[in-house]
Design a protein around this ligand. Structure first.
Ligand code: PPS
Length: 569
């Protein structure tokens, strides 16, 4: 029976205080130091509190953490491949004593849980990245988050839940492990396949999962991650609308949709195993592991971060320790002559199997080209056309970066005027100098303040792009990781184009239009970019222009040509 599927570690945990004690915990919270949970931490804490992360009773202690990194096991030997840490700032960590309790609040200040802090240590993030992701390459989104967005200290300790995080959206599809188990039991569902996904489903997915349902005499649940997925993914609102539509392609009463607030790490093999454990805790009997499951795609050299079969192999290698059956997903291709899907090995001699990757699909949508009917259902394509309109209708951020005096503002102004001349677009200029007078008037040029300045610009630009406008930004933006954060913000809703204005420091200094380089050389301005402060050269900008080599008109035309090439104008 499905309800008898044991949780990982034996017992499905529920870390919430019982009704009588909620008020006691809330009262205690008033006297504890508070930590405001970020989006990732809110996802993690919800799954800790509702038992999805059983057998964890809180954020990992240091011995558990070290064992997880070294051997994918807790200190007591139980299998657990993913570190679940409460990362905090050095200042907060150093203000605490071990044994002390803290209260964990959401962004609005609601008390989510209290935690007794048993461990506090400084993270070795590079070692963690290598152990968990097998890489320290910041092009990996999980590595980037760890190295650049995670607090420097980790706190471990047991949790007592007070208030479950609240959602306005799709509440009918949100289930805790206990609720989903009860739901399966009430419908007498015994074998149930969990299908983890962060993408819309198409014909091949439906055919593949229906085959698995038949083979394993199982019901089917689209158990979709709606916490944090890969930057640039289609937002969960549109995806859930797609899933609602796709359910009509399954036999009635045999398939359902459920949302899990999982913050994915894109950790490939380790993540596949972790996700299987989580699905066991939700009461599933089977878990589908796809090709390159939870992989972040390709690195800068166009190489997959993980072998496409590594996730399936690692999960299968631990099958004996799991009470959920791992189902490696067959990879289906479309055989056009036969009008059907088959595995590569089943193609007839000379037969060419067709497949459209996520990136290719995105390309078709961005160019406004038709999506072949053999690949996707028309109602899903219609939804995708709404959420991913052709690039000419999407919001855009043009992000010029380079030294002071490199020509960023001149170029940005020129491009803005050209766009206005073409018409049909609302354009906002967020020039470095201008922003510093208004948005960031109180900020200095320290690293922290420069980062904050760029994040403010990025936030405004992403809002403009989200609403279909064009944001033209022209700050120095000297740090690669901050530019990456802005790219991630913008790509949630539109197109991000990084233009490195690569004019050399010598040329910029010789221009010295504002006399600032002379002042920097004379030591009157300290920490001047390119003189005694760093500038990290963009590795892969969409465009690089040295303004010493072109007239202004030609340089502006280079940008406009790039925009035309990309289908933006
Ligand atoms: S940053 O690093 O992106 O936050 O800088 P930004 O907001 O673009 O501001 C750069 C403009 O500020 C003037 N300025 C300095 N630049 C660099 N370093 C130091 N220490 C500094 N102090 C003042 C300078 O005029 C820059 O203008 P632009 O338009 O880039 O020439």
């Amino acid at each position: 029976m499905t309800q008898s599927i044991p949780a990982h570690g034996g017992q499905l945990l529920n870390l919430y205080a019982d009704e009588a004690n909620v008020i006691v915990e809330k009262n205690k919270a008033q006297h504890y130091p508070s930590w405001s949970l970020n989006r990732r931490q809110l996802c993690d804490i919800e799954l800790l509190l509702n038992g999805a992360f059983s057998p964890l009773t809180g954020f990992l202690s240091q011995p558990d953490y070290e064992n997880v990194l070294a051997s994918m096991r807790l200190a007591d030997g139980r299998l657990w491949p993913m570190p679940i840490n409460l990362d905090v700032s050095a200042a907060f960590a150093q203000s605490l004593r071990l044994g002390e309790s803290i209260t964990l609040r959401d962004g609005e200040g609601v008390v989510i849980a209290n935690m007794q802090v048993t461990d506090c240590w400084k993270a070795d993030k590079v070692a963690e990245a290598q152990a968990v992701f097998g890489s320290t390459d910041p092009n990996h989104p999980g590595v980037h988050y760890l190295l650049h967005e995670t607090g420097d200290y980790y706190l471990g300790g047991t949790l007592t839940g007070v208030t479950p995080p609240f959602y306005y959206d799709f509440s009918e599809y949100r289930h805790s492990p206990a609720q989903l188990r009860a739901d399966f039991a009430s419908q007498h569902w015994t074998n149930v396949i969990a299908f983890q996904t962060r993408n819309p489903l198409h014909r091949a997915h439906v055919i593949m999962t229906k085959r698995l349902m038949a083979e394993h005499k199982a019901k089917f649940v689209i158990h979709t991650a709606v916490g944090i997925t890969k930057p640039g993914d289609i937002d969960h609102y549109s995806r859930v609308r797609c899933y609602q539509k796709i359910l009509a392609h399954y036999p009635k009463g045999c398939a359902m949709l459920s949302l899990i607030p999982l913050a994915m790490r894109m950790a490939g093999p380790r993540e596949a195993l972790w996700q299987a454990i989580i699905r066991q805790n939700y009461g599933f009997s089977h878990f589908v592991v796809g090709r390159d499951h939870a992989g972040p795609g390709r690195d800068n050299r166009d190489k997959h971060f993980y072998d496409v079969k590594a996730a399936q192999e690692l999960a299968l290698a631990h099958q004996d320790e799991l009470n959920i059956k791992i189902l490696p997903a067959p990879f289906l291709l479309y055989a056009p002559e036969r009008g059907e899907f088959c595995e590569e090995s089943q193609l007839l001699p000379g037969e060419q199997g067709l497949y459209i990757s996520g990136a290719e699909l995105r390309g078709l949508l961005q160019k406004g080209l038709p999506v072949p009917d053999w690949f996707a259902y028309p109602e899903i394509v219609a939804e995708l056309h709404t959420v991913l309109p052709p690039r000419s209708k999407q919001g855009v951020t043009l992000f010029f970066t380079g030294f002071s005096g490199s020509g960023k503002s001149t170029l940005a102004n020129g491009v803005m005027v050209k766009l206005l001349e073409l018409g049909g677009r609302k354009v906002t200029l967020l020039d470095g100098d201008l922003v510093r007078k208004i948005l960031s008037s109180e900020l200095t040029f320290s690293k922290e303040h420069r980062d904050l300045n760029i994040l403010r610009i990025g936030y405004v630009a992403s809002e403009i792009s989200k609403n279909g406008g064009v944001a033209v930004c022209a700050p120095i933006a000297p740090y690669a990781h901050t530019r990456r954060k802005v790219r991630n913000m913008v790509e949630e809703h539109g197109t991000f184009i990084e233009i490195h204005v690569a004019t050399s420091i010598e040329v910029c200094e010789s221009r010295d239009r504002k006399g600032l380089y002379a002042q920097a050389r004379a030591g009157k301005i300290k920490g001047f970019t390119g003189i005694d402060d760093p500038y990290e050269v963009p590795e892969n900008p969409e465009l690089r222009i040295d303004t010493a080599e072109y007239s202004i008109t030609d340089a502006v035309n280079l940008v406009m040509t790039k925009l035309a090439e990309m289908g933006i104008i």
